[in-house]
Design a binder for this molecule. Structure first.
Ligand SMILES: Cc1cc2nc3c(=O)[nH]c(=O)nc-3n(C[C@H](O)[C@H](O)[C@H](O)COP(=O)(O)OP(=O)(O)OC[C@H]3O[C@@H](n4cnc5c(N)ncnc54)[C@H](O)[C@@H]3O)c2cc1C
Length: 469
């Protein structure tokens, strides 16, 4: 009996990789790509896997960089995006940058030549019909409006964000807890809380006034014309709030009420910046209400003025742009299937990852899950210790949904980063404890070494030593 096809909607980074993985597993694919019949505000060509902005896949260092590790895991999994990227590399120091046209042409040619792949240039205007029993939707941040509307209707009005207001996320171990302290406002325990769910950074009046002025003076990024969506009042950028009046922030996200400085209980803070745990591992904290359009360098400079964050390391900085992504932690199961409609998977940036490589990696996983299911050989999820598993877990389960603000969406798209991995002790060097950068890099090396062993096992690839023999 011949194997039924899997439909893939969207031939971007994720859809191209998913199609390749399916076809290489022996499963026929029908890939629906709307360009050139219909364009998007960012794509300029009709090529598959078009890079809409930069031509960089970022760091290729698999030892001390999380995206470099993801590259390595994808290469182990015979990724089409990585092999075409490698074949079209241009000089870029430690980064993997590619000739964008050569790269897109190579992906298009490989998919067109594959005997199990049929490419249809058409827009899919609604959810897949019932006879497409297995489908992957990989239509990206600029999903065509009619399909986006159908997804929103099927998943609930607030489940699909069209506007991405992002607050910065900080590595927990870079927060100075001699200055900041754990406490929920009014010590409220709430369902599932402890009364100490937030990290609080106190400011006195002078610090607050200087901070507000820095926000007003700080350099802002300009919106591109395709980003013309108006602000919701509920997610105003912090610098816009600062411009509305010097007291606005003190009555908004920086209000000091219900908080007592554990290090200095006699002195009431004039304003407080709160950070909330962002992942189940407790390694990442997001700055509550701090969505911003400030330039990245300005964010790093200005947010380090906050007492307790002087040495903050950011897992991601804030931003605001048009984006279409699901509230995946509540909607998708561990293998990227819509819980309410098994057989329908999502992949790429629409799931809430961010970046070319991450989108392709989630496409790779969706393709493998769908292929395994079609062939009757269910696949376990990749271990959390791998970059595949860490990223997948962020999307489908690792993110904490706030109990204090029921209904408020807090899940944000994110690049792969070491905060998503289970922590590991830094190995000692010749019996001595390492410090600073050396310690950070030793920890990272330990995480990446563990990841590659576990990724090989999950993929069924021979261990590195055997493979070299
Ligand atoms: C303007 C912009 C700039 C970005 N710049 C960068 C950057 O510099 N570096 C980086 O790492 N990341 C960047 N990103 C984020 C992200 O990495 C890219 O958007 C990436 O292309 C996402 O991959 P994807 O496969 O999920 O979506 P895409 O690559 O966008 O692919 C989606 C595909 O689906 C098609 N499609 C949409 N709707 C339909 C439909 N109804 N029927 C059929 N086909 C459909 C589209 O034509 C497109 O080909 C940027 C995003 C945007 C919006």
């Amino acid at each position: 009996m011949s194997t039924q096809p899997v439909h893939v909607i969207g031939g971007g980074l994720a859809g191209s990789e998913a199609s390749w993985q399916l076809a290489q597993a022996g499963v026929p694919v029908i890939l629906h790509e709307m360009r050139p019949v219909r364009g998007t505000d960012a794509h300029k060509t009709e090529g598959l896997a078009e890079l809409v902005c930069s031509n960089s896949f970022r760091s290729d260092d698999a030892e001390i960089n999380a995206v470099g590790l993801l590259h390595a895991e994808m290469r182990l999994a015979n990724s089409l995006i990585m092999s075409c990227g490698d074949a079209n590399q241009v000089p870029a120091g430690g980064a993997l940058a590619v000739d964008r046209d050569g790269f897109s042409d190579a992906v298009t040619a490989k998919l067109e030549a594959h005997p199990l792949i049929t490419i249809l240039r058409e827009e899919v205007e609604g959810l897949p019909p019932a006879d497409w029993d297995k489908t992957i939707i990989a239509t990206g941040p600029l999903t065509a409006p009619s399909l986006a509307a159908a997804i929103a209707e099927a998943t609930g009005a607030d489940a699909l964000a069209f506007f991405d207001a992002i607050a910065p996320i900080v590595h927990f171990d870079s927060i100075d807890l001699d200055v900041a302290w754990f406490q929920s406002r009014y010590d409220k325990v709430g369902p599932g809380g402890t009364g100490k769910d937030y990290i609080n950074c106190p400011m006195d009046k002078d610090q607050y006034l200087a901070f507000v002025q820095a926000l007003i003076d700080g350099g802002k990024t300009e919106f591109k014309e395709w980003e013309g969506t108006p602000y919701f009042d509920g997610c105003l950028p912090i610098e816009i709030m600062a411009e509305r009046g010097v007291e606005t922030l003190r009555h908004g996200p920086m209000k000091p009420m219900g908080l007592t400085n554990a290090h200095n209980p006699e002195v009431k803070a004039y304003a407080v910046v709160q950070l909330r745990q962002d992942n189940a591992l407790g390694t990442l904290y997001n700055m509550v209400g701090f969505q911003t359009k400030l330039k990245y360098a300005e964010q790093t400079r200005i947010f380090k003025m906050i007492p307790g964050l002087e040495n903050a390391e950011f897992a991601r900085l804030g931003g605001l742009h048009r984006n279409t992504y699901l509230n995946s932690p509540t909607l998708l199961d561990g293998s990227l299937q819509l819980k309410s409609r098994p057989g329908l998977r999502f992949a790429g940036q629409i799931t809430g990852c961010e970046g070319y490589v991450e989108s392709a990696a989630i496409g790779l996983l969706a393709g493998r899950f769908a292929a395994a299911e079609r062939l009757g050989r269910p696949l376990p999820v990749p271990p959390l210790t791998t970059a595949f598993g860490a990223l997948l877990n962020h999307i489908t389960g690792g993110h904490i949904v706030s109990d204090e603000e029921p209904g408020k969406r807090s899940f944000q798209p994110m690049n792969v980063n070491f905060g998503l991995f289970p922590p590991i002790e830094a190995p000692k060097s010749e019996g001595k404890r390492l410090r600073g950068k050396e310690k950070t890099n030793a920890k990272r090396r330990a995480i990446t070494a563990r990841a590659l062993v576990d990724a090989r096992e999950w993929l069924g690839v021979a261990p590195a030593r055997e493979a070299a023999e």
